[in-house]
Design a protein. Structure first.
Length: 276
């Protein structure tokens, strides 16, 4: 579930203190968001691309990513099945102090992804998911032993610590993201947002691009398109009305941008939905 601030609200599995689940997604896109958990995603089928810290990480089957707490990220994906483990900072701080400052640098080459530690972590994630799904006698002990083993390998092998100042520098941008998310259906401009947050428009444009990798205008458009896409999949509202509902009044430009992002027009996606 996502709140109005684009800060993702995560309900942990109470018995184990973390959240673990199997995610099955259709092709799609999710604009910039963040949460206070460390997130591990292991792709089982399909393909998922993470965009964060000015990098693009493409995950194929048996590949995983780890995104630190409070890190801005966006995702684009083909149809996929993935394992997701989300670990609260408060939970991990019992074992590794200041885990909110951890960043992770994982192997990028095919050769390095076959290293012992990388493959061991992938296997542990799969075992954890199976253990939790079956919940046989003693599953809590077994689940936690696997998880702590995986986390130890991740942190000691693939993490670096971020300076506290770096973590706080993005808080102002998050305030702007929250504002845009709440008001994206309304007319928005860089000048108007800059005035609201007491920035010069040119400074805000540069700062937003440096911190997120996107222009503010592009983020606003992506956010509107994401909402349009969800309504195309889940409602029967006429496509023309969806563009107006979500603040994209130029229908021709909207369809061009939508096709560039989702590789199909809204009408094509809806027709395919109806054929299934």
């Amino acid at each position: 579930m996502v709140s109005d601030s684009r800060h993702e609200i995560i309900n942990d599995n109470v018995d184990v203190g973390v959240r673990i689940f199997l995610s099955k997604e259709a092709a799609g896109f999710k604009s910039l968001h963040w949460h206070s958990h460390i997130e591990i995603v292991l792709v089982l089928e399909g393909e998922v691309t993470f965009h964060f810290n000015h990098q693009e990480v493409v995950l194929k089957p048996n590949e995983f990513v780890v995104v630190g707490s409070e890190i801005l990220r966006a995702t684009s994906n083909l149809a996929n099945v993935s394992l997701v483990l989300q670990i609260p900072v408060d939970y991990l701080n019992h074992y590794w102090p200041h885990s909110e400052l951890l960043l992770f640098s994982l192997p990028t080459s095919e050769r390095d992804k076959w290293s012992y530690d990388y493959q061991a972590i992938a296997s542990l994630l799969k075992e954890m998911t199976k253990i939790y799904a079956q919940k046989e006698m003693g599953y809590l002990l077994l689940f936690n032993s696997k998880m702590l083993d995986a986390l130890y390998r991740l942190i000691t092998k693939y993490s670096v610590s971020l300076a506290p100042k770096k973590l706080s520098e993005k808080s102002q941008i998050k305030d702007i993201l929250s504002y845009v998310y709440k008001h994206y259906q309304e007319p928005l401009s860089v000048n108007g947002i800059a005035n609201r947050f007491h920035y010069h428009p040119d400074y805000l444009s540069r700062k937003f691009k440096i911190d997120t990798g996107l222009t503010l205008t592009r983020y606003i458009r992506q956010l509107r398109l994401e909402h349009i896409h969800q309504d195309v999949l889940n409602t029967n509202i006429p496509v023309n009305d969806l563009f107006k509902k979500h603040g994209l009044n130029n229908r021709r430009l909207g369809i061009q941008l939508f096709k560039k992002l989702y590789d199909s027009t809204p009408m094509e996606i809806r027709r395919n939905r109806e054929l299934k």
